[in-house]
Design a binder for this molecule. Structure first.
Ligand code: UDP
Length: 409
């Protein structure tokens, strides 16, 4: 059995039984080569998951390689419509047939079979690339890994995706609520996502460093701070974070808001538009800070904001999972989240955070946390414990190995 120094570090959190199970599962997959294909090298949850999984699986004797297929602007716009359909039952408009044909034609030229792309199993990420297994017969066996919130999809979106799923051995989702209902039982699986507490973004940080990093971003660490960490995207609803901040400010005039969304993801084609819209919505308010420059906002800045803000908001109207919530909960933050699929799966109302869909209730909870730090500490301890129990890297790794085993058997 190959000992993984990365996995060994998790014994303190995960316990011997889980670590042993992982070694046993990995042992029967020795020598396996897996190729992951997605649409961005950096930025966003998928890139985060891959950068957590790859080093640990490599040390377990399962080789991982990665291929990024970048989409052009027209394809990006079409995929923007598709994600809206997949996440929103009431989204108007079908998938325009001619645009779909053009997109599929482009996608059919996006890969050339070379030895570097040879693998025993292919993992195709998200809605953009779901046609790949049908377009390239050599991408077999494969599983499709869906990361968006498909709990209440529009039938046009489902119909589009569904036509490609027969070419996959498995379709994998982030939560059971997102599993597409008409999939045969043996073809569906859930991989519970998890974070790595040892990386820069999540490891312990002392207060002096954290406060200094927040100060360097232009905020006053002496004043109360609300933060939302999220890409600037329609479904992340930064506008609602602004509304909540404005209500809190009526009672707490010194409060500041940080919208942290360093835009590195090359597959995010609407981020600039959303950012401009939120800036217009805010107008002239020096206490609202937009932090989107990846040169200035690195993993340690994200760590500092998640760890040392007074209140962390996550206002996503749709969320496949929401790693940003997991990351902040690990840092002892009770999140004020929405009832969207991924957040509901992590936040237990009044136990380890708050679920509130409207602005008034959210502002009420924000003020409550600002005025009662002892309650914040209690909920924050439970948020940390919840992540330790359910959403650390070994849990995700074990589910992922199960998916590989399912395909190999
Ligand atoms: N993220 C980051 N810098 C930012 C904003 C987000 O590194 O300024 C990271 C965040 O920490 C998380 C990921 O991007 O790891 C976002 O994942 P999530 O599942 O929350 O949302 P997605 O972008 O995949 O919809």
């Amino acid at each position: 059995m190959q000992i993984s120094p990365i996995l060994e570090r998790f014994r303190q959190y995960s316990g011997d039984a889980q670590i042993m199970r992982i070694y046993e599962k990995a042992a029967s997959l020795q020598g396996l080569r897996v190729l992951h294909i997605n649409t961005t090298a950096r930025g966003g949850g998928v890139a985060e998951i891959l950068s957590a999984l790859t080093p640990i699986t490599n040390t377990l004797g399962i080789t991982h390689a990665r291929k990024v297929i970048q989409l052009d602007e027209a394809s990006g716009a079409l995929m923007g419509h598709l994600v809206d359909l997949l996440q929103n039952h009431d989204e108007p408009g079908a998938m325009p047939e001619r645009d779909v044909q053009i997109f599929l034609e482009k996608l059919s030229h996006s890969l050339i079979r070379t030895p570097e792309l040879d693998a025993d199993i292919y993992v195709i990420h998200d809605f953009q690339l779901v046609p790949l297994a049908q377009l390239f017969s050599w991408l077999q066996p494969a599983f499709w890994f869906c990361h968006v919130d498909t709990a209440h999809p529009n039938p046009h979106g489902v119909q589009y995706v569904r036509q490609f799923l027969d070419d996959y051995e498995l379709a994998v989702f982030n939560t059971s609520a997102s599993v597409l209902q008409d999939l045969p039982l043996e073809k569906r699986q859930v991989i519970n996502l998890g974070i790595d507490p040892f990386v820069d973004k999540n490891q312990a940080m002392d207060r002096t460093e954290g406060i200094e990093r927040i100060r360097r971003c232009g905020l006053d660490p002496e004043r109360p701070l609300l933060t939302q960490v999220a890409r600037f995207g329609r479904w992340k609803d930064p506008w609602q974070a602004v509304d909540i901040y404005r209500l809190v400010k009526v009672q707490e005039p010194h409060v500041q808001l940080a919208l942290v969304g360093a835009m590195e993801a090359s597959d995010d084609h609407t981020a600039m538009e959303v950012l401009q819209s939120v800036k217009r919505y805010v107008g002239e308010d020096p206490d609202v800070h937009f932090l989107y420059d990846p040169q200035r906002i690195g993993n340690r800045e994200v760590n500092a904001f998640q760890r040392f803000s007074n209140v962390v908001l996550q206002r996503s109207q749709r969320e496949g999972f929401g790693l940003t919530a997991t990351e902040a909960m690990w840092k002892y933050q009770p999140i004020i989240g929405t009832s969207s699929t991924g957040l509901r799966s992590q936040i237990i109302h009044e136990e380890n955070g708050y679920i509130a869909d409207d602005v008034g209730a959210s502002a009420f909870y924000a003020l409550h946390l600002l005025h009662h730090p002892e309650i914040k500490d209690q909920l924050g301890d439970r948020a940390h414990a919840y992540v330790q129990q359910h959403h650390l890297l070994p849990g995700m790794l074990e589910d992922y190995l199960d998916s590989l085993l399912h395909i190999c058997q």
